[in-house]
Design a protein around this ligand. Sequence first.
Ligand code: HEC
Ligand code: HEC
Ligand code: HEC
Ligand code: HEC
Length: 345
Amino acid sequence: MMKQPQHHGTRFAGVGLSLVLTLLLMLPSDAPARAPDPKKVVGPTECAECHKDETEAWKKTRHYKTFKELPRNKKAREIGKAMGLRRVRSEGLCLTCHFSSKEEEGGKPKPIAGITCESCHSPAKDWINRHSEYSGKKKETETPAEAKQRMLDAEAAGMIRPKMTYALTKNCYDCHIVPEEKLVNQGGHPAGSPFELVRWSQGEIRHNTWHNSGAENRPLSQERLRLFYAVGVAVELENSLRALSTATEKGRFAVTMAKRIQIARLRARRLARATKDPDLIALARAASGARLSLGEVKSLAGVADLVAKAAKAFAEKHDGSKLAAIDRFLPKSDEHKGDTRIPGS
Ligand code: HEC
Ligand code: HEC
Ligand code: HEC
Ligand code: HEC
C-alpha cells in the first residue's frame, strides 16, 4: 500500500498566487492548537474558584495525573532518550501534548499542570472575566440579551464553548492522533490511541455538572451523542489524512495513519449512507479518492481540507434531532473510557 516518495515539483509549479495566499491565510487556524499559549494561560486553580465540580472530575482523569506521573514513567524516559532529550517535563516536544505552561509577565513559560481546562476550552486570559461577570450586574438583573452578548464576546475572545462541537473535537484529535513522524518512528511513541469521541469523552472526561449546579454529572443528550459520533469520525479522517501527508518514510507512523484513514473512511461511508446527509456524503466521497501513499503531501492535505470544511458545515447545521439514523452506531455506556465521577464522591 505504501509507496516510495515521489516528486511533484513540476506538477505544482504553476500554482496561482491566490492559492498560495489562501494556503498562507489558512495556516494559523489549521495549525494544531495542542498546548495552550502560555502567555494567555491563567491555570486551572483560577477556574476552580467557581467550577468546583468540574475541577473535581478533572482531577480524577489521566489528563490531570500525567503532570506528576509522566516524568517518572520508564517508557517516557525511553522515548526521551531515543529522541535525544534529557528531561521530558521541560522539553518543548513533550510539553505540547502532555502539559500546560504559564508565562508570568517577563518570565519564562513554566509547566504548571497536565492537560487542563484551557487545553480544551482555550487559554482564558482574554475571556475569563467576560464570560463570568454577568455584564457587570448580578445574575438576576442581567437581561437575556446582555447574557447572550456576554457569551458571544467570550467566544470572540477565543473561548471554546461546549456547543462548539467541531472546535472541541478538533482539540482532542490534535493530541490523540500524534502527528509527529520522528516521535513515533524514532522515539517509539504511540502513533495515537484508538480514540473514538463518544467512548472517550463520556467516561472519566465527563463533567456536565455546571448547568445543574452539581446535582448530577449528566450524560450528553442522545442528540449530542449522535453529533459527537459523526463529527468524531470526520475529524479522525481529517487529522489522519493531515498526518499521512507529512510522512516521509515507510515506517510505523505512515502505516498506522494509512490504516486509520481506511477505517475512518469506511465509517464515514456508512454514516453517509445511513443519514443521506449531503455534508457527510461530500466528505466520504472526497476521502474515498485519496491515494494513501507517500509523496502525496498536497493532494492528501487538500482532501483533509475538504473533509474539514464538510465536517464544520455538518456540525453547524445539526443539533442532532434529525440524525436518529446514527443511533445504531453509538457505543454502549459500558464501553466508555474510565469511570465517570459522581458528584459528591
Ligand atoms: C468568577 C467565576 C468563574 C470563573 C473563575 C470561571 N468561570 Fe466559567 N463560568 C462562570 C459562569 C457564571 C458561567 C455561566 C455563564 C452563563 O451560562 O451565562 C460559566 C460558564 C462556563 C462554561 C460553559 C459555557 C457555556 O457556553 O455554557 C465553560 C466551558 C467555562 N465556564 C469554563 C471556564 C474555564 C475553563 C475557566 C478557567 C479558565 C472558568 N470557566 C473560570 C463562572 C466562572
Ligand atoms: C502530539 C501529541 C503528543 C506529543 C508531542 C507527545 N505525546 Fe506522549 N502521548 C500522547 C497521547 C495522546 C498519549 C495517550 C496514549 C495514546 O495515544 O496511545 C500519549 C502517551 C504517552 C505515554 C504512555 C505510552 C504508553 O505506552 O503507555 C508516554 C510514556 C508518553 N506519551 C511520553 C511522551 C514523551 C516522552 C514525549 C516527548 C518526547 C511525548 N510523549 C510527546 C500525545 C503526545
Ligand atoms: C479534554 C477536554 C476538556 C477538559 C480538559 C475540560 N473540559 Fe470542560 N468540557 C469539555 C467537553 C467535551 C464538554 C461538554 C460538551 C457538551 O456538553 O457537548 C465540556 C463542558 C464544560 C462545561 C459545561 C458543563 C455543563 O454542565 O453543561 C463547563 C462549565 C466546563 N466544561 C468547564 C471546564 C473546567 C473548569 C475544566 C477544568 C477543571 C474543564 N472544563 C476541562 C471538554 C473539556
Ligand atoms: C493537549 C493534548 C490533549 C488534548 C487536547 C486531549 N487529550 Fe486526552 N490525553 C492526552 C494525553 C497526553 C493523554 C495520556 C496521558 C497519560 O496517560 O499520561 C490523554 C489521555 C486521555 C484519556 C485516558 C486514556 C486512558 O488510556 O485511560 C482519555 C479518556 C482522553 N484523553 C480523552 C480526551 C478527550 C475526549 C479529549 C477532547 C474532549 C481529549 N482527551 C483532549 C492529551 C490530550
